[in-house]
Design a binder for this molecule. Sequence first.
Ligand code: SAM
Length: 283
Amino acid sequence: MRIDVATIFPEYLDPLRHALLGKAIEQGRLNVGVHDLRSWATGAHKTVDDSPAGGGPGMVMKPEVWGPALDDIAAGNTEGSELASALPHLNRPRHDELEGIGGHSYEPTGEDSSLPLLLVPTPTGKPFTQDDARQWSHEEHIVFACGRYEGIDQRVIDDAHKRYRVREVSIGDYVLIGGEVAVLVIAEAVVRLIPGVLGNKRSHEEDSFSDGLLEGPSYTKPRVWRELEIPEVLTSGNHGLVDRWRREQSLKRTFERRPELLAGAHLDKADIKYLEGLGWTSA
Ligand code: SAM
């Protein structure tokens, strides 16, 4: 996969070089280019924003800067912006590198899939989900356009449809100062699902949201810590009982914290009986 990010704060994207993403870069599974939007700005002051048409507070990012930037990035006409991994643990295997990862199904959207995917973070976008992360983990080229101020002139997004498959995406119902943090969130969620990046496929198959439920609590050694014991079943050695206990913890946590998710989850008879015991009633 290749990821390109256009931003007026390239250094903000430095965390992409660390940890799992840095490892994916080292493995050659990921190339990342971070581009300073100001290099497409003209004029002595390299201005990237202007006052809003029709008046009002704040500033809007200029189309004459964003247009050429997205043209060049789509065409691969960028140089000297490759991000190298900053990892200190070159080639050191992770504890969960046990087996390969199979592919996921990809839902066709009816668009030209040879076009790169342009993700535009904005609080007005469609909420980003684990399903999006799963689908986008199969993309060859993802480009992120980081807005600042009041956002990017809408014509940039409308025009980009000629060269990209465009998605405006929100990471939550709150307003950030800029799109950079949203890019880090989305890139991390997507890259960890690229086949082979996370060694053990169970690590993400059992994650929250993967089966429509939240994951239950996790424990490790020691068995007793500050007089608190690991649930007995986890040390029983009975895998069937452990699996059922995990399933019930997952159901319980989802019921308590995100009951609306239960309507879309695949539940069997035993799940429904357990949930009804907790007071859940299916609609
Ligand atoms: N005026 C915009 C509005 O009310 O919708 C908010 C602009 S915000 C101050 C500046 C930039 O931060 C946006 O262009 C976007 O890139 C980013 N941003 C802010 N909140 C976000 C969110 N919840 N999800 C994704 N990106 C966000």
